[in-house]
Structures are given as C-alpha cells and as structure tokens.
Write a protein that binds this ligand. Structure first.
Ligand SMILES: Cc1cc2nc3c(=O)[nH]c(=O)nc-3n(C[C@H](O)[C@H](O)[C@H](O)COP(=O)(O)OP(=O)(O)OC[C@H]3O[C@@H](n4cnc5c(N)ncnc54)[C@H](O)[C@@H]3O)c2cc1C
Length: 436
C-alpha cells in the first residue's frame, strides 16, 4: 500500500488524483487536502460565473472523489495547520497543486490607492471567495480600467458591462449581483502594453463582447499591422485578431450605454487621485525590434475610479519548498521538486493555460511517481490515519467529500430563481451548514 497527499483540490490536484488512482488501483490511498471546506479551486472561485458549461468539468472530479481510492480533506491549510515536512513524513509522495492565487504587482506609484484591486480579488469578490467577500469595489464612478490583455481581463470587463438579467443561469454571488446592478460604470478601458497581435485572449471570450446587451466594444483600426501580417499567426490567434478587426469596423453604437474600449500600446506609469484612484497616467508605446513594448515618451490620462490589475499571478511560498523567484512558482524539474515532493498545475508551470492544460501535468507526475515506487510495492508511511490524529490534536476539523455534498445541497436549496446555487461566502457559514 502507498499513501499520497495532493495539496490543492483544483483541476491540477484532481487530474493528478485521477492519474494516480488509475496507476495504483486499490494499492494506494490518495488524500486531496484543501485549505477551504469546499473543493475545486478556481473552478469555483475563478472561472467566470456566466461560464457554467466550463464549471461542469467538476462533475468529472466528483467521480474521482467518489471512486473509493481518493479522500477529500478540506479546511486544512498546509503550511499553517500542518507543515510540508510533516506531510512528507506521513506520505510516500506529496504533490503540491496549490495554484497561483496571488496577484502580481504593477510596481508603479499609486498602486496602493483605494480603488485599485487585483483581478484575484475582484474575481474572488464576484465568485464568492471568502477572503474577498468584503472587497466592496468602488462602482460609483463612470469609468473603470482593466490592465492586462488576457482572458481574465476580458472576464472582468464583461462582468462590469453586463446587465442584471444577463447573469441569469450564472452562479454569481448575490452581493456582487446587487452591487453591479447599481453600478454607474459606463466606460471600461482595457489597457495592454503591446498591440493586437500580442494579446492572450481566446476567440470565444473576445467574441462574447460583441453580443452584450448594453455594451459595445471599441477598437482603433490604426492599432493593427497590415492584414498580411496576420498570416504568420497561429490559427487560434488569427481568429482572435479577426474578431478585433471586426470590432474596429463598428460605428459607435449609441443604443448601448456602455463602452468597452481597447487601448493598445498603453503602459500605465502612475495612478493618481485625491486619496483614491481617479486616473491612470499612461505612456504610449510601440513595438521594439524584439516584439517588446518600448515607451515613446507620449503621456496621456485615462479616467478610472476602479482599476483592476490583471497582469498575472504567483504561487505563495511554503516553508521548506524551494521557490523560483522569477517564475513565481515552486522550483521544479518537469514537476519534481525533490524525492517524494512534486508540483503540478499553476504551482508547477506558472499561471498559464486552460483547465485542460493541467491534465497532462498531473498524468506526467503520476507516471514519475509510479516509476519511482511501482504499483504493488509497499511503503512504510502511515498516511491519513496519523494525519487525522494530528489535526484533531490541533483543533482542526477537516471536512470530507460528504460534507461538501451537504454544503452543495444547502447552496442549491438556497438558489435564487435563474441561478444554479447561492454560494456560501464565509468560512463560518460553511461550517455552520455542517453543524460544526
Ligand atoms: C479568473 C480566472 C478565470 C479563468 N477562467 C478559465 C476559463 O474560463 N477556462 C479555462 O479553461 N481556464 C480558466 N482559468 C484557468 C484555470 O482556472 C486554471 O488553469 C486552473 O484552475 C489551475 O489549476 P490549479 O489546480 O493549478 O490551481 P487552482 O485551481 O488555483 O487550485 C489550487 C487549490 O489549492 C488550494 N490551496 C492553496 N493553498 C493551499 C494551502 N496552503 N493548503 C491547502 N490548499 C491550498 C486552493 O484552495 C485551491 O483549491 C481561469 C483562471 C482564472 C484566474
């Protein structure tokens, strides 16, 4: 018998559990540990609430959790409640799948002014993340800015632009829905340091902006290189650029009260305001020979009382685990950190790729583990039998997958019309639902 601990119950954690369960069958016990009483990481707290079909991937993870080999231990924060060294003493292998939940900083003056929020905070606020339930982003001004040219920036802009009833069928939390309904924001500027060819936005997410009820996308035709240059792009990127080119042909649509303005070649240099964010000072850029952004010295202002920065994420450090400072992730070689210690998903690769990109990561690491300790071989580790005792001694009440099902049922029962569930957003509410 082998014992494996996977830290983190997002896609990377679950794909790794699936791969280990397939490789070892009944010869392994796999514990998926998460700091929250509820599973699925960014599927619950990150993926946009109006993208329900994507969130349905969790049904596949349910099957993994219910397969008999895998146990969910929620409400256990590794690094705080139990250390990595302790886990390594109890398990044949420990796999870190803790994602990259911390926003990267812009590093410009004014970034700490009220009104400037990271996308992890903003997304967490509308998605029911307990740490951000009280964020209360300022929605009373007419202008917002989103800094970044990836899909998360598009999510943030789209959520700010939608009318209340366009959230029907979503699982957006009630506090965010009410606040967005009262929002005065009419112009949302999306800023990117480079041009349309350098975006990291996928066609589906870009295309959605063309179908919003109350908002129209605006793109400057002059920002594009000659159309022949599109031929060198890979097909997905070419599709995205075609959508942007199409937006650039739109006449201003006065029937739509909101605008989503794409501001390319725009490098924020400072955030200003009287005790709170009021405007971004931006330098116009151009592409240098290597495809990077080079300042032109031309400065201008973009009004914004809400500024969402969406320029990437970092994995938090955990004591005893080597860290790759530049990459903002655990130092690893193809997923291996040290003997018996691995990383998968965003904690391994950094914050790139889709949900599905985490699957090969998990399978590759499971293969490495199976090569190091072949299925059928025995280890001498105690696994969750001893971990459970340790947690009990420390007053930590771990939640099980059955507990999650209880919470889920309570959320579904509390759902308002047109919503699949009413998410609980506080730690205490989760534990209360379990009678703890
Ligand atoms: C805003 C946003 C929107 C996205 N939308 C899409 C989309 O539409 N489509 C798509 O394909 N991809 C999308 N992605 C990408 C996708 O969510 C990621 O690829 C995926 O979630 C990464 O998986 P992960 O398991 O590495 O990390 P995560 O999903 O972040 O999971 C990490 C888990 O580790 C837990 N954890 C963290 N620290 C500890 C600790 N110390 N102890 C115990 N547990 C811990 C967390 O609670 C969490 O459950 C989106 C990402 C973001 C940020």
């Amino acid at each position: 018998m082998r014992h494996f601990a996977i830290v983190g119950s997002g896609p990377a954690g679950f794909y790794t559990a699936e791969a280990l369960a397939k490789a070892y069958g009944g010869e392994a016990r796999i514990d998926i540990i998460d700091r929250y009483p509820v599973p699925y990481g960014l599927i619950r707290f990150g993926v946009a609430p109006d993208h329900q079909s994507l969130k349905a991937v969790s049904k596949r993870y349910d099957q993994v959790a219910e397969g008999g080999t895998v146990q969910f231990l929620g409400n256990v924060a590794v690094g705080a409640h139990v250390s990595i060294d302790e886990l390594r003493g109890l398990y044949d292998a420990v796999i870190l799948a803790i994602g990259a939940p911390h926003d990267r900083k812009l590093g410009i003056p004014g970034e700490d002014l009220p009104g400037v929020v990271g996308s992890a905070e903003f997304v967490g606020w509308y998605n029911g993340h307990p740490d951000f339930a009280d964020l209360d982003p300022p929605l009373g001004g007419s202008h917002a800015a989103v800094i970044g040219n990836g899909n998360v920036a598009l999510d943030c802009a789209r959520i700010l632009a939608k009318n209340r009833h366009e959230f029907e069928g979503s699982d957006i939390v009630g506090h965010a829905l009410d606040a967005l309904d009262r929002s005065a924001i009419r112009t949302i500027t999306i800023l990117g340091r480079r041009g349309p060819h350098q975006i990291s936005m996928t066609p589906k997410e870009l295309g959605e902006l063309g179908h919003l009820e109350a908002a129209a996308p605006l793109v400057e035709a002059g920002d594009f290189p000659p159309i022949e240059a599109d031929e060198a792009l890979e097909p997905g990127q070419r599709k995205s650029i075609n959508i942007l080119r199409e937006f650039a042909t739109h006449e201003p649509d006065d029937s739509k009260p909101k605008k989503i303005v794409f501001d390319f070649f725009a490098r924020p240099v400072r955030i200003e305001g009287d005790g709170k964010a009021e405007r971004l000072i931006v330098e116009r850029t151009m592409l240098d020979a290597g495809g990077g952004a080079q300042g032109t010295g031309e400065m201008y202002e973009v009004a914004a009382s809400l500024i969402v920065t969406s320029i990437g994420y970092q994995t938090p450090r955990i004591d005893g685990v080597p860290y790759d400072e530049r990459g903002g992730k655990f130092a690893n070689d193809a997923g291996k950190i040290a003997d018996g210690l691995y990383a998968v998903g965003w904690a391994r690769r950094g914050p790139t790729g889709t949900i599905g990109t985490n699957r090969p990561d998990g399978y590759e690491v499971a293969e490495q583990i199976a090569a190091a300790m072949p299925p059928g071989s025995d280890g001498a580790k105690a696994g969750s039998k001893v971990l459970n005792g340790l947690l009990e001694e420390r007053g930590i009440k771990a939640t099980s997958f059955t507990d999650w099902r209880t919470i889920e049922a309570a959320e579904v029962a509390a759902a308002r019309p047109g919503s699949p569930r009413e998410k609980m957003v506080r730690h205490d509410d989760w534990l209360k639902a379990l009678g703890h």
